[in-house]
Design a protein around this ligand. Structure first.
Ligand SMILES: Nc1ncnc2c1ncn2[C@@H]1O[C@H](COP(=O)(O)OP(=O)(O)O)[C@@H](O)[C@H]1O
Ligand SMILES: [Mg+2]
Length: 327
């Protein structure tokens, strides 16, 4: 079988003048090598395609693959994670993880919250601020939490994201709108414990593989898992595997409600009543074997990285009606 690998490599963009924050979600070569190693161990013929541009050129030149292992995060637009999948759909080439429209919806945290509520998955109360006048309509009790509606890696989240009054709320929303050129998502501040939940599989086959509590220590920003905390995770964060059935249940319900596929993570935080609330779903979670949250969780529960990648491959193959067994 011929398998293509699509990805956005950090170093390619840094050399073109993009900032470290621009490329924070992109991958380093070790991630590509680790995934490729598993694909090769199954005797697939692997081609490193690279980013959207490279894929477009190859498709137009007539190249095809039996399926594509896609981890390209995309550069521009709220639906950027769905761009490579959309292109592959157009050429009827199967790919890993969720379908195009799910990847696009999951990028918009406001839209995703609305979907979750429809399925009875608890979220923080929320309000989308597209224009500054929207701030005046917010009726959620303080303290609030403000974040860009469609970023990852906690971009736009720092010590000032928790908001106690309307004046600061206006300032913060303006900062998000001006800096990130996208709506601000204003939510009730969830003051409780935080978890990320690892999930593999699709639909009825989906299962929680582990629940990991995320705690701040030392000089960490205490209110949230901020951009700085993520960058300095070795000094500032402690990750602990816990048994929290209500958290696991909510995460699985969220995953299945949106019909996410393959493997990924759901982030959960408790409110002041100790009720778990959905924060976001990561249907294309980072797969760096060292520092990405899902592989960290796997390492802690003794779930081999190779097994995780094989789960993702097998999920795609099962949709293609191919019965090659996992190694
Ligand atoms: N409503 C909220 N209340 C409290 N903290 C929040 C809230 N929303 C997000 N956070 C904090 O910000 C972090 C990043 O938010 P998240 O929605 O998971 O975005 P990202 O895609 O950047 O990971 C979370 O891990 C959490 O610590
Ligand atoms: Mg998150």
């Amino acid at each position: 079988m011929r398998v293509g690998l699509t990805y956005d490599l950090r170093e390619n963009y840094l050399s073109k003048g993009y900032s470290a924050e621009n490329v924070a979600e992109f991958d380093c070569i070790e991630t590509i090598e680790a995934i490729e190693k598993v694909l090769l161990s199954r005797n697939f013929e692997v081609e490193r395609i690279g980013c959207l541009d490279k894929l477009m050129h190859k498709l137009i030149a007539g190249e095809r693959w039996d399926f594509v292992f896609n981890i390209a995060e995309g550069l521009y637009g709220i639906g950027r994670e769905a761009q490579v999948p959309a292109l592959l759909d157009a050429y009827r080439i199967p790919f890993t993880f969720s379908s195009t429209e799910i990847l696009a919806v999951a990028m918009d945290k406001g839209l995703t919250n609305a979907v979750m509520r429809t399925y009875g998955v608890r979220t923080a109360d929320f309000h989308v601020v597209r224009k500054m006048k929207d701030v005046e309509r917010i009726k959620i009790n303080y303290p609030l939490f403000v974040k860009p509606i469609a970023e990852g890696t906690s971009k736009g989240i720092d010590r000032n994201s928790k908001i106690d009054c309307i004046e600061v709320l206006r300032e913060r929303c303006k900062y998000i709108l001006d800096t990130f050129h996208q709506p601000a998502l204003v939510e009730e501040f969830l003051s409780g414990r935080e978890f990320t939940v690892g999930i593999t599989g699709t639909g009825d086959e989906a299962k929680v593989i582990g629940v990991m509590e995320i705690s701040m220590i030392g000089d960490a920003d205490k209110q949230a898992y901020t951009y700085e905390n993520k960058k300095q995770y070795e000094d500032r964060m402690v990750y602990t595997i816990v048994t929290e059935p209500s958290v696991a249940r909510l995460a699985l319900k969220a995953w299945q409600s949106l019909h996410c596929m393959g493997a990924g993570r759901v982030d959960i935080r408790m409110n002041h009543n100790n009720e778990p609330c959905f924060l976001e779903v990561n249907p294309m979670a980072g797969l760096n074997p060292e520092y990405s949250d899902l592989p960290i969780l796997c390492r802690k529960i003794g779930y081999p990285y190779e097994k995780l990648i094989n789960d993702i491959i097998n999920d795609t193959l099962s949709r293609m009606n191919v019965t090659q067994q996992a190694n």
